[in-house]
Ligand binder design. Structure first.
Ligand SMILES: [Zn+2]
Length: 91
């Protein structure tokens, strides 16, 4: 069973409050709050997926982008670093 919550929304400006308010603190209008059903943004997995676009990815599907490497001119150092220094990295 899904527990439904209610929230009070100002019909004038859209300000929301968990309690009924006589005067809206945002737009100062009186008696503008109406009780509405409230569903938490993360209540359903479909809505959660819409919120977080980055989803887990299998390791085999991870894209490996080859970073540009800066050759030092020292053959052994370039070999140890995997082809040179990666731009923006510290070694
Ligand atoms: Zn308001």
């Amino acid at each position: 069973m899904v527990k439904t919550k209610t929230i009070f929304t100002c019909q004038n400006c859209g300000y929301q409050s968990p309690k009924w308010l006589g005067k809206c603190p945002d737009c100062n209008s009186w008696n503008s709050f109406v009780e509405e059903d409230y569903t938490a943004p993360c209540a359903k997995s479909k809505e959660r997926k819409a919120l977080y676009k980055d989803e887990p990815v299998l390791l085999k599907d991870v894209e490996i982008k080859e970073a540009g490497r800066l050759k030092t001119g020292l053959g052994e150092l370039d070999r140890v670093l995997g082809g040179g220094i990666v731009a923006g990295s510290v070694v």
